[in-house]
Design a protein. Sequence first.
Length: 75
Amino acid sequence: MVSAVVLLKTGPGQARKAAIAIRKIRGVREVHVVTGPYDIICTTEAGDMAALADTVISRIQRTAGVTDSLTCLVV
């Protein structure tokens, strides 16, 4: 099992809508709209690195409103 914390920036006024969409993505465990340099923090989990990369790159990063991301693997 591979886990990561994904920090996301969104366009102005887009954080809540993006968070709602991200909550529906398979493998996403928690989603929080936060203050500070990032707008959303989410935790993800997958069976292997390939599946985690697919979740982050093909789904989370392509969510409407998301403009930037930083993925931090849990060690």
